[in-house]
Ligand binder design. Sequence first.
Ligand SMILES: [Zn+2]
Length: 309
Amino acid sequence: MSTVAFAFTVDVEGAWQDLPQEQANFDPAPITAAVELLEAEISRLEVFFSKKIPVTWFFRCDDSVAHSMGCQEGLLLHFREFIERRKNCGDAFGLHPHFYKLSDNSSSGWDIETSPEGQRTLLLRAASAWIRFFNEAPTLSRMGESIMSSTIAQTLDEIGIRVDATALSGRERKGDGFFVNWVGAPHRPYKPYKKDYRIAANIENASFRFTEVPFSMLPLLAPYDKEPLLRYFNLAYNPAIVKAGLCHLKNRHAFVTVVHPHEVYSNQQPGPLVTFQIGAIQKNIVNVASEFGDIRFCTLLDKVFKNVR
Ligand SMILES: [Zn+2]
């Protein structure tokens, strides 16, 4: 059997059921509790698989974090000890800004920032905050709600990002706080074409410098779907539903998975797709191993995700 690279990524942020308002009232307590649970589970999985599991953590760092935590890097400061500890485990850390702005109508809270210049300003501010915390520019990133544009891509190059892991290849989603169009994007890491970030550029000077690393995308049939919908590989999803989609995977050599802290809280009722059960993670990884081969856990800075053309 072959070996498959497996990126275990975590977006460290609040619950996402009510975008964008809940992200504005940022409460670090439930995030901390869930991240601790997740860290303990990762240690347990390392014993189960007899392997180190380096994790890629994307931390919210943006204006709405500043609104509830005093500064854009507030969540990073809150997790300082955790970050130091996990650095020593070989983990990687990425910038995860959400593009929210205070509503012009102050009574209605937060809106999604949709203007390219507004998004650019938010992104630059987030990167500055990252530098204040880490004393170095971010090299990894994931944009909130998978937003991308040529202005954002250009700005990622300016910041010095080497790997961006935002793409939901094949997916278009508009409404409910989403403005996403990744139709036609490759199902493998690629250098985005400057004129269209969804296309792999085949000439060096026509591409952005950063590599775009798409999520592993699976056609999944949730109980409430009429037909399968292309979704990212979320480790908290119901393993039986994920298993049924695995045979349709386009890229079987390098997996990019994600989980959000609140999705593994076991004190919530299991949902039809998101289980809210920590045990789903192990089952989903075991299913990949039995279907595709021996797993090699790595971060998104591993050469398998960077050396592309
Ligand atoms: Zn997010």
